[in-house]
Design a protein around this ligand. Structure first.
Ligand code: AMP
Ligand code: TRP
Length: 354
């Protein structure tokens, strides 16, 4: 829920046309967390008729080791997942990041705008690097600057993401503000995070205090978009819960992270509020609720995985879609990057370089 963000949009982005940008890392398969926290909402924005730019951020993925062939496969499969979920490449721009050079170029400039102290505060770096921070790649540390570049290369005004990305979007705002101040311009918009709905933070099925993640070693902790009906049913059946029946009110979910997570997942899949789900299932045990949830998830996800399989049978077509999307993305980003280079003081005299 983020009504306040929308309300404060006017001053910071007023002169910019509304444009949505978001990205997902193609490292491993897409999860139910990606679907409910991001993809499903990407489709809603597209269907509202807003200009939407969606990116498979392969340059972000390599901040930790990726097997090259697996990365290529995961990028195509994620593209299939976007399309199967309802992203229409004719209406949205869909592409992979590395095909548009402006992202990496602008990221360098932002490496010189952002401060070490700002990046040191990023909790995702601390989580991902863990005790081994000295061994982490420099890219993993600088990653939020690349994310800011992804967004600002399009002068995007709104960024739909899950809860875990909030801190990175605050950094993106800080970079835009500092750049504008340092150079005395009103060039980059101060973007608005769009963190909405019942499932902005889908939790692990094994531990209701941890985020559902494609990098969790336990496959039972997550639903993958490619899981078949049996796997989905089994994972929900075995999902960790407490022994109490579901409460009669939403407040009764306090202190029950696993129960809350399953209710939120049900609500998001059914396009209902958690209160409406509780109104139906309050007082019932998980023996009733889990099979209902599994049926709903299978009903919603099976068409997506079937369509992904169909699309993956024609990889050349997926590559064509990504290439055409990259052309359209480049046409927006390149002139913005050129203006940015002018502002910073670079000589640009190559005739063919826009
Ligand atoms: P990532 O898979 O980390 O590249 O995340 C891509 C998008 O999915 C971001 O907007 C994330 O916030 C969102 N996302 C990833 N995992 C979850 C989750 N467990 N719950 C909600 N949103 C998520
Ligand atoms: N950092 C995001 C994640 O891990 C992915 C991402 C990269 C992104 N660039 C972005 C999201 C730009 C929104 C906008 O989930």
């Amino acid at each position: 829920m983020n009504e306040s963000a929308t309300a404060s949009t006017a001053p910071a982005t007023a002169r910019f046309r509304q444009r949505i940008f978001s990205g997902i890392q193609p490292s491993g398969g897409l999860t139910l967390g990606n679907y409910l926290g991001a993809l499903k909402r990407f489709v809603e924005k597209q269907d509202e008729g807003i200009e939407t730019v969606y990116c498979l951020v392969d340059l972000h993925a390599i901040t930790v080791w990726q097997d090259p062939e697996k990365l290529r496969h995961a990028t195509r499969e994620a593209a299939a997942g976007f399309i199967a979920s309802g992203i229409d490449p004719a209406r949205s721009i869909l592409f992979n990041q590395s095909q548009v050079a402006a992202h990496a170029e602008l990221a360098w400039i932002f490496n010189c705008v952002a401060r070490m102290g700002w990046l040191r505060r990023m909790t995702q770096f601390k989580d991902k690097a863990g005790k081994n921070a000295e061994e982490a790649s420099v890219g993993l540390f600088a990653y939020p600057n690349l994310m800011a570049a992804d967004i600002l290369a399009y002068h995007a005004t709104h960024v739909p993401v899950g809860e875990d990305q909030k801190q990175h979007l605050e950094l993106t705002r800080d970079i835009a503000i500092k750049f504008n101040n340092d150079f005395g311009v009103d060039f980059f918009p101060v973007v608005e995070p769009v963190i909405e709905g019942a499932a902005t933070r889908v939790m692990s099925l094994r531990d209701g205090t941890r985020k559902m993640s494609k990098s969790d070693p336990s496959d039972m902790s997550r639903i993958n978009l490619t899981d078949d009906a049996d796997a989905i049913a089994q994972k929900f059946r075995k999902a960790r819960t407490d022994p109490e029946p579901l409460p009669e009110t939403v407040e009764g979910l306090d202190g029950r992270p696993e129960a809350r997570n399953l209710v939120n997942i049900y609500a998001a899949l059914a396009d209902r509020t958690p209160a409406a789900v509780i109104a139906e299932f309050g007082g019932k045990g998980f023996g009733v609720f889990k099979p209902a949830l599994a049926d709903l998830a299978v009903e919603k996800l099976r068409p997506i995985s079937a369509e992904m399989t169909r699309l993956m049978a024609d990889v050349a077509e997926i590559d064509r879609i990504l290439g055409a999307g990259a052309e359209r993305a480049d046409a927006i980003a390149r002139p913005i990057l050129a203006d940015c280079l002018d502002i910073v003081g670079m000589v640009r005299s190559r005739p063919a370089h826009g």
